[in-house]
Ligand binder design. Structure first.
Ligand code: ADP
Ligand code: MG
Length: 331
């Protein structure tokens, strides 16, 4: 089982940023409103994620580290409509098999926190406000070959920050802070109100992004069983200055999950074909709300890829959304 966990870990965990992504997903699933990340040596030495979410009850702490232990789905039917970021119960078990891990957590009803050592399984009383701290030390300590593939601390840190950025862009209601070697490197305060989403986009991507982009909105005429549009697209899209055009200013989300998807990126680009002439890249942060029955999120270990039942429908929705924003004539 240890070996299977390590193999699963290889699929899920490529570098410190992969751990960060999984731990952020868990914190958000737990309803956190503030998440703090503390890193050392680009995350290789230490990744500590602290949240103020619901916490893990004492008796569930050891279970959380077990493979296929998830508190999030109870049946295969749930898998069709997962509302949480995690659902496979693999991440913590995988990380625990390739690093020194500890969980420190306290729920509302606990008189104090509990700390679980991932290696020894020892559980002892500890101090902490409600929420969870997950500590991951010495990633890949047992697999030096893997560790050798890691880049410099600065590069690994940049990947970790990028992972936080991806989460921050879709959760403006949550505050995020990133510390490296005891220094604050990024901080995005929780935003509220009508402009929360644009405020967060400006905070994370810069005022420039807001100035160069326009609001996108599209709702399909086709409806779901409950009467809501089967697909909705919103966010902002635009074209960066030639000199600043960067493919890394392209963010797409499906049902709250960051994805890299060719259908979406092509849909966005096709809206700009007339103006881009293949010279520049569009920049965008697009949020798609797709009927869960029409998208499969369970196709890739890192959940970064999705499969749409009807990719043409998605392509058109994105394209029309971006075109509407620019008031470009439709083909
Ligand atoms: P999954 O997210 O797919 O359920 P994980 O291995 O990531 O699996 O986590 C296992 C379980 O541990 C979760 O289902 C959840 O019950 C618990 N858990 C993990 N992290 C947190 C957290 N930050 N706050 C509360 N519960 C957590
Ligand atoms: Mg998870």
């Amino acid at each position: 089982d240890e070996l299977i966990s390590q193999i699963a870990a290889g699929e899920v965990v490529e570098r410190p940023a992969s751990v960060v992504r999984e731990l952020l997903d868990n914190a958000l699933d737990a309803g956190a409103s503030q998440i703090t990340l503390r890193l050392s040596a680009g995350g290789v030495r230490l990744i500590l994620v602290e949240d103020d979410g619901l916490g893990i009850p004492r008796e569930e702490l050891p279970v959380a580290l077990r493979r296929h232990a998830t508190s999030k789905i109870a049946s295969l039917q749930d898998l069709e409509s997962v509302g949480t970021m995690g659902f496979r119960g693999e991440a913590l078990a995988a990380i625990n098999s390739i690093a020194d891990m500890s969980l420190l957590s306290r729920t509302e009803s606990d008189p104090h926190a509990w700390q679980l050592d991932g290696r020894s399984g020892e559980l002892k009383p500890a101090a902490r406000a409600r929420g969870t701290s997950v500590e991951v030390r010495e990633l890949f300590y047992a697999t030096p070959a893997r560790r050798k593939f890691l880049k410099t601390d600065a590069t690994e840190l940049a990947h970790c920050v990028e992972a936080v950025r991806r989460h921050a862009l879709v959760r403006p209601d949550v505050g995020f802070a990133v510390w490296h070697e005891g220094k604050l490197v990024e901080q995005w305060r929780a935003c509220s109100g009508e402009n929360a989403q644009d405020q967060r986009l400006a905070d994370v991507l810069g005022e420039e992004f807001i100035r160069k982009s326009v609001a996108v909105y599209y709702e399909s005429a086709a409806l779901r069983e409950d009467g809501s549009p089967s697909i909705k697209v919103w966010g902002r899209a635009g074209i960066a200055d030639a000199a600043r055009a960067r493919a890394d200013l392209q963010f797409a989300y499906v049902n709250g999950r960051y994805v890299r998807d060719k259908v979406i990126s092509h849909g966005a680009r096709s809206a700009y074909d007339d103006v881009l002439h293949g010279q520049r890249q569009p920049v965008y942060a697009l949020y798609l709300d797709v009927d869960p029955a029409r998208v499969d999120v369970n196709v890739h270990p890192t959940k970064i890829e999705v499969r749409f039942r009807d990719s043409r429908e998605v392509h058109q929705a994105v394209r029309h959304g971006a075109e509407n924003a620019l008031a470009l004539p439709r083909a």
